[in-house]
Write a protein that binds this ligand. Structure first.
Ligand SMILES: Cc1ncc(COP(=O)(O)O)c(C=O)c1O
Length: 407
């Protein structure tokens, strides 16, 4: 059971929604109903003994916002309840979470077994940044788990995966993966950004660390960048040492936004998923598209697995336009309502062309290996009326058809 360090409320609410709403900072002074923003860099000590004891970790309490702040603590306490983990750390961005969750635990000579289907900046961590400190990796294919055991070395310490992956929407069996990590005594680190804890809780399947870009569905309104690392107290303790002394901390203002956002996560996710399924079903078989991918579509190669481990199919739909790279560009240029942006997980539907933007640092061959066709378009389905979203997509598909334009 998670110990609530800084929040009032009970840690044993039965239901997800109540945990996200009713877990709140202890605020006794003004009896405020909603948590205020604690924009302060430091906190005062009542006396010298209290200061000493706090620095010695003998008593809990906020000291300095680089590593303790009521807004960030509330955000993390809630997220721990939702992910069912013991402890956590709020970070300035999703990438700060990915980086710190590895840098805080790994040392020179260590090796990570990583799914090839990872976000572009995570790929840069593995290929450009960690090699500078002698931390190696081997990529494995998310759809060929039978090959993974052969890629484990004596110095392998961690497994890192995204499921569903960005932007391939590929899925790995978390139950199998939890068992595999335990069998080989490896730390399992799962980036749960696309699913959020409302759709899937990797720790229940044996993940030791759950990492998030809170920038996406957790904020859910495109306002801020943030991240989180969650896991057992034992692992988080070492990562906390790293973040406390290197400083990738979340601003209290952003912590306040993200904590408030968790109150509405379930209702938002239900609607994102409902709209996304409708859009995927409508577009499948459309004459201007080569393919459509969505975890809960029967045509998704892992639909059964997705249904086993996810509550709904998620807010992301991808499709490949016929006409490849150039056609994808024309499609984007013809959209009227949808936002052309690199972000996802917003109330507004956002559209991205991964090949030329988020995953452009991968070679063409690397892109194809993780399912990024030059004509692939990623739609993060928002909360607008689904008919308006579809009308814009279909209109831009029509308008970007070269043959129709020439006729
Ligand atoms: C799956 C995934 N992980 C991590 C990140 C990085 O998060 P941030 O942009 O908050 O640093 C992203 C960003 O798009 C992402 O999609």
């Amino acid at each position: 059971m998670k110990k609530l360090y800084y929040c009032s409320g009970m840690s044993d609410y039965k239901h997800f929604e109540s945990k996200g709403i009713r877990t709140q900072s202890n605020n006794e002074l003004h009896r405020e109903h909603s948590t205020p923003i604690f924009m302060t860099s430091s906190f005062t000590f009542e006396n010298a003994e209290q200061a000493r004891a706090m620095f010695a970790d003998e008593i809990d309490g906020s000291i300095y916002t680089r590593f303790t702040n009521p807004n960030n603590n509330e955000f993390i306490d809630k997220l721990c309840l939702l992910e069912e983990t013991e402890a956590g750390i709020a970070t300035a961005s999703g990438m700060a979470a990915m980086f710190s969750s590895m840098a805080g635990l790994l040392k020179t000579g260590d090796h990570v077994l990583a799914s090839r289907s990872v976000f572009g900046s995570t790929h840069q961590l593995f290929t450009q940044i960690f090699p500078k400190w002698g931390i190696g990796h081997t990529y494995v294919d998310i759809d060929k788990p039978e090959t993974w055991a052969r890629k484990i070395n004596s110095n392998t310490k961690m497994i890192f995966v995204e499921t569903p992956s960005n932007p391939g929407l590929d899925i790995i069996d978390l139950e199998w993966l939890g068992g595999f990590a335990a069998e080989h005594s490896l730390i399992l680190n799962v980036d749960n950004c696309f699913a959020t804890p409302f759709l899937q809780q990797p720790a229940k399947f044996g993940a030791h660390l759950v990492t998030h870009s809170a920038t996406k569905f957790i904020d859910g309104q495109g306002r801020t960048v943030g991240g989180a690392i969650l896991g057992s107290e034992e692992l988080i303790k070492d990562i906390r040492f790293f973040t406390r002394h290197t400083g990738p901390s979340l601003s209290p203002f952003n912590g306040w936004i993200l904590s408030k956002s968790l109150e509405t996560l379930p209702v938002r996710m239900e609607k994102h998923c409902e709209n996304a399924l409708k859009i995927a079903e409508y577009l499948e078989g459309h004459e201007e598209l080569v393919s459509v991918k969505y975890p809960f579509l029967p045509s998704h190669p892992q639909q059964q697995l997705a249904k086993k481990q996810m509550r709904y199919g998620g807010g992301l739909v991808t499709f490949v336009v016929s006409g490849g790279y150039q056609r994808a560009g024309r499609f984007l240029n013809n959209l009227k309502m949808l936002s052309h942006t690199a972000n996802l997980g917003d109330t507004r539907t956002t559209v991205t062309h991964p090949s030329s933007t988020t995953h452009s640092k991968l070679t063409e061959e690397e892109q194809l290996r993780v399912g990024i066709d030059p004509g692939l378009v990623r739609i993060s389905v928002g909360l607008e009326n689904v008919n308006d979203i579809l009308e814009d997509i279909v209109g831009a598909l029509e308008a970007s058809n070269e043959k129709k334009i020439l006729n």
